[in-house]
Structures are given as C-alpha cells and as structure tokens.
Write a protein that binds this ligand. Structure first.
Ligand code: CP
Ligand code: NVA
Length: 308
C-alpha cells in the first residue's frame, strides 16, 4: 500500500519530492512526444470536483489520466450538492471509497482541506482562492525547458498577489529561483503569508518587492501576470480594474525588460486588461507551451501519487 498523501499546496511536498514530480513529468512528456503512452495507472479512477469554471485543469487531468490507462469523472457542484445536499465529510468518505484519487477545484481553500482530512484517497488541489499548485508545476516545467535549468533564472510577477502568485513563490523558493513581485498597495502578500510560502527556501531563492512595475521587470527572464479579477472576486471588478491599470503588461513594459525575456500567463487572460494582444501574441509569449505543460506536469504528479 502506498502512503496516503494529499497535495493542497506545494509545501505538502519536500523539495526532493517536488523535483521528482517534475522529472517524472519531463520524462513522461518526452515519451509522449515519441508516441509512447505507458499505462502506468491502468484501471485507476480519478474523481474531479469543480466548484468553479475550468478549461485547462479539467482537460489536462482528464486527457492525462486517459493516456496513463486510467479514467476520470467530472462531478460538478450542482450535481453532488457538496455542503448543501450532503456534508463535505460524507461526500469525501463515500467518493474516496470508490475512486483512487480526487482532484478538487474549490471556492474556499478550507473546503479542500476539510475534504482531504476525511479522504482515504489522495486529494489534489486544482485551484482554490489561496493556491494553484498544479499551475506552478507546469510553470516550473516550462521555465526549465526554456532555460535548461533554474540557475540564474529570475521571474517578475506583475499584478495581483493571488493564488497563482502564491504557488509560484512557493515553487520558486523550493527550487532556488529569484522572484520579484510588483503589486499595488492593498493587494500584496502579508508577512505571514510570505513566511508560510517560503518555509522550504533553497539557496538561489530571493524575493524582492518592487512597487514600480517598469523597474520590477528590468532584470527578469520571465514576466508573469494573471487576471486582475479572479473567480469569486467579481463584486470587486470595477475597483480592481482601476487600481491595477498601471500593472498592465504591454509593449512599453516589455521594452523595460530584457529583450530575451519570455512572457507567461496561467490563462484564461482578459486581453486588453492585464495583458495586451501585442505581448500575449508576440514571439516572447509562452502561453500555449505553458498550458500544454499542465498535462505533462500533472501526469508526473499522478504517477508519483498513484503508481503501484
Ligand atoms: N490555468 C488554469 O487553471 O486554467 P483553467 O481555469 O481553465 O483550468
Ligand atoms: N487567479 C485566477 C486563476 C485562474 C486559473 C483565478 O483564480 O480565477
């Protein structure tokens, strides 16, 4: 029997485990490109609960699981009535008695944590208001492919200090990557949050906060942004769209960065807001490679968690 493990944030892994997962993802991707699809999870079943919309996360887990010889099922909120028709505890105990792993995208991080506390199958966080570890796995795979290693790579995060940023900082800390964060006042991580995200910091990691986005991107190899209004923040939209305006990743901002810097975005993007067409469609943009790597990185995670 494999030891039961949940991945709700990247800190649920050790640094060595994170590296192992990424290496598995890399190797499985290389095989996949050669047309090889080893049935490493033959007959295993993935249950996927989504309380929020998704394209990449759902498709990458579903396609990935199928390539590995397993299957998956989507359980949407309105079908299972999590917390309404039935308690989180009961859904967790019943579902985990029938499937081998649960992928959960939740409105509130606490719901995934509660679910995991009762689950007898591994639980993977597929995005919460607090973190998006699967995204960070794909991001780090993309960065490694681009630069060959994490040595001397520097990331500039421009925009909201949100779930994607949190997991990216966590990954950067664990893999020894420099990161500069440029967010407007009132939308920055607290000291406690930073402490929690950087617990497993490795040599090479450095975290700097630079308020002016034009300055923040100056030495970075990777310019990364995400939406200004995340799912669940719709009521704050008007206010946020005003506040974040100076943080748009546009041609002017890219002109202040290194000429060989790449642009990344977890997607979905709101073109014309946090990023302009001229940047997201430019030769510097790696958005499609990054999205495609969701599947490869998560296959690494699934194999690491579930292979018998
Ligand atoms: N990046 C990401 O998680 O995309 P989806 O919301 O489409 O799954
Ligand atoms: N920060 C965004 C990421 C979507 C993948 C959100 O939470 O809506």
């Amino acid at each position: 029997m494999k030891k039961l493990r949940h991945v709700l944030t990247l800190s649920d892994l050790t640094v060595d485990e994170l590296k192992t997962v990424l290496k598995l993802g890399e190797d499985i991707k290389a095989e996949f490109k050669q047309g090889v699809r080893q049935k490493r999870l033959d007959g295993q079943v993935l249950g996927m609960i989504f309380e929020k919309m998704s394209l990449r996360t759902r498709v990458s887990f579903e396609a990935g699981m199928s390539h590995l010889g397993g299957s998956s099922m989507l359980l949407e909120e309105q079908h299972i009535g999590l917390g309404k028709r039935e308690s989180v505890k009961d859904v967790s105990r019943v579902l985990s008695s029938m499937v081998d792993c649960v992928v959960f995208r939740a409105k509130h991080h606490e719901t995934v944590a509660e679910f995991a506390s009762y689950s007898t199958a591994p639980v993977i966080n597929a995005l919460t208001d607090k973190s998006h570890p699967c995204q960070a796995l794909a991001d780090m795979l993309t960065i490694k492919e681009e630069f060959g290693s994490f040595d001397d790579v520097s990331i500039a995060w421009v925009g909201d200090s949100n779930n994607v940023a949190a997991s990216l900082i966590e990954a950067a800390a664990m893999l020894g990557v420099k990161i500069v964060v440029s967010s407007p006042e009132g939308y920055r991580f607290s000291q406690d949050e930073i402490k929690e995200l950087t617990q497993q910091r490795q040599p090479g990691f450095d975290l700097e906060f630079i308020d002016n986005p034009l300055e923040a991107v100056r030495d970075a190899n990777v310019i990364y942004t995400d939406v200004w209004v995340s799912m669940g923040q719709e009521s704050e939209e008007q206010k946020r769209l005003e506040i974040f305006k100076p943080y748009q990743v546009n041609a002017n901002l890219m002109a202040h960065a290194r000429r060989d810097a790449i642009f990344m975005h977890c997607l979905p993007a709101r073109r014309g807001l946090e990023v302009t067409d001229e940047v997201i469609d430019s030769p510097q943009s790696r958005i499609v490679e990054e999205a495609a790597n969701r599947m490869h990185a998560q296959k690494g995670l699934l194999v690491w968690l579930l292979e018998k």
